[in-house]
Design a binder for this molecule. Structure first.
Ligand SMILES: [Ca+2]
Ligand SMILES: [Ca+2]
Length: 422
């Protein structure tokens, strides 16, 4: 009897829960966007996983900073630098200066900087730190540049919700007797499988400017943080990726034709995607344009141009690139690629308006000849799109050979040349 009544109670509870869930669904509408957790990752060659980052260039000084306790250096001329960090709790002189002090020392007399002290715990002291030996050092550019690399140094600072771990790589460099340069970049990132509108994606967050804070947007792409969002393929590990490149964080991301805001926790541990309805304008890319990639404060978007137009959030953009793809009679794909350049005018998109760009077809080859010594001419062949913007063409993924036939009216001269690239 006892068992039966317990079962009945469980049944009643389940029924109540079901009713509550029904009501909560009915009142709340579609599922709300939720924080999704990512895992911390680090690697000595992080660039193989996330692409290269600018990081921070540190200012060096030969005077020890006030109040920072120092170890006993081998060398009489240690170097000092401050690495500005933006999250994590700092104490002592580290809190005063808003970052972690580091020092470079030499293990041998008159030798080269090969030892690094870094305030790994943010207490404003280097006296409690062990020296880190360089992993790779040497000369490059005809012995003119000396460099030393200190890779994947582990640091930990107290944060609001526990310890924040960070791996960083340090690069020291000096050209001849020029200034000492120290660069620091993130050897860590956050990564995980997220679900956006039912679709599983692999999401990586990158601290581009190496200040410990993730998700920062900046008009200066060197100061921007980044992300990589790609379809999740369980059979393919992140290590098998090639040509990895991250995208600067913008206001929106585009997934399956829909715009989402991407809210990144400052420590990089969580991300929230929320479907958004930004005010959009229409871009008419140009004749035959099958894909268009543009970037701006609103985000970086790769758009399918096959319908002749694309719709993007209002704002200013720059062209990253576009493609026109066609197949010949044998089914071989020919592709014309156009790319953006520094001198480009901004693409301005206004809500509810159309912006015509005039990229794409028709493509024309322009042949330019210039005298190149007695009886000689130098020939230059280039491809132009409808806007007279430079483009390049591939056939089945490779640059096709280009032949040039030059003949005169009576055919006493008739020669075919093979043009070379480069
Ligand atoms: Ca310390
Ligand atoms: Ca950052």
């Amino acid at each position: 009897m006892a068992d039966k009544s317990r079962r009945a109670n469980v049944g009643a509870v389940l029924a109540v829960l079901a009713v509550l869930m029904f009501f909560s669904d009915a009142f709340c509408g579609p599922a709300r966007a939720q924080e999704q957790w990512l895992g911390y990752r680090s690697a000595r060659s992080a660039w193989e996983h996330i692409g290269s980052t600018t990081g921070q260039k540190l200012c060096t000084q030969d005077k020890a900073p006030d109040g920072v306790a120092m170890p006993a250096f081998n060398d009489k001329e240690p170097l000092f630098a401050l690495w500005k960090v933006d999250i994590g709790k700092l104490t002592g002189p580290a809190a005063r200066d808003g970052g972690l002090w580091l020092a470079l020392d030499r293990s041998g007399k008159g030798g080269l900087y090969d030892l690094l002290y870094i305030d790994t715990n943010g207490n404003g002291s280097l006296a409690d730190e062990k020296p880190i030996r360089d992993e790779h050092a040497g000369f490059e550019w005809q012995e003119m540049v000396f460099f030393a690399n200190f890779d994947a140094v582990r640091l930990a600072l107290p944060g609001d919700d526990g310890t924040i771990t960070y791996h960083a790589g340090f690069h020291y460099q000096r050209e001849g007797t020029g200034p000492h340069k120290i660069y620091v970049s993130a050897n860590c990132w956050y990564e995980g499988v997220v679900t956006i509108a039912g679709r599983r994606m692999l999401c990586s967050l990158i601290d581009g400017n190496a200040n410990w804070r993730f998700g920062e947007r900046s008009a200066d792409s060197n100061q921007s943080d980044g992300y990589i969002l790609r379809p999740f393929d369980p059979g393919r590990g992140p290590q098998e990726l090639i040509d990895v490149a991250w995208t600067p964080v913008g206001q929106y991301v585009l997934v399956d034709g829909k715009y989402y805001t991407m809210d990144i926790a400052p420590d990089g541990a969580t991300v929230t995607f929320t479907q958004a309805s930004p005010a959009v304008g229409r871009i008419i890319p140009g004749q035959g344009v099958s894909s268009l990639k543009i970037a701006g404060p609103a985000g970086t978007f790769e758009l399918d141009g096959n319908s002749g137009f694309v719709e993007v959030p209002q704002g200013q953009y720059r062209l990253v690139g576009y493609e026109v793809v066609r197949k010949d009679a044998n089914g071989v794909a020919w592709c014309a690629h156009g790319a953006g350049g520094d001198g480009d005018k901004a693409i301005v998109v206004r809500a509810g308006s159309e912006t015509k760009l005039g990229f794409g077809e028709p493509f024309t080859w322009l042949l330019e000849a210039s005298p190149d010594g007695p009886g000689q001419h130098s020939l230059h062949l280039s491809l132009r799109d409808a806007n007279a913007r430079g483009a390049r063409m591939t056939r089945d993924g490779d640059m096709p050979p280009i032949n040039l036939r030059i003949t005169n009216a009576d055919k006493t001269y008739d020669c075919t040349f093979t043009m070379e690239y480069g």
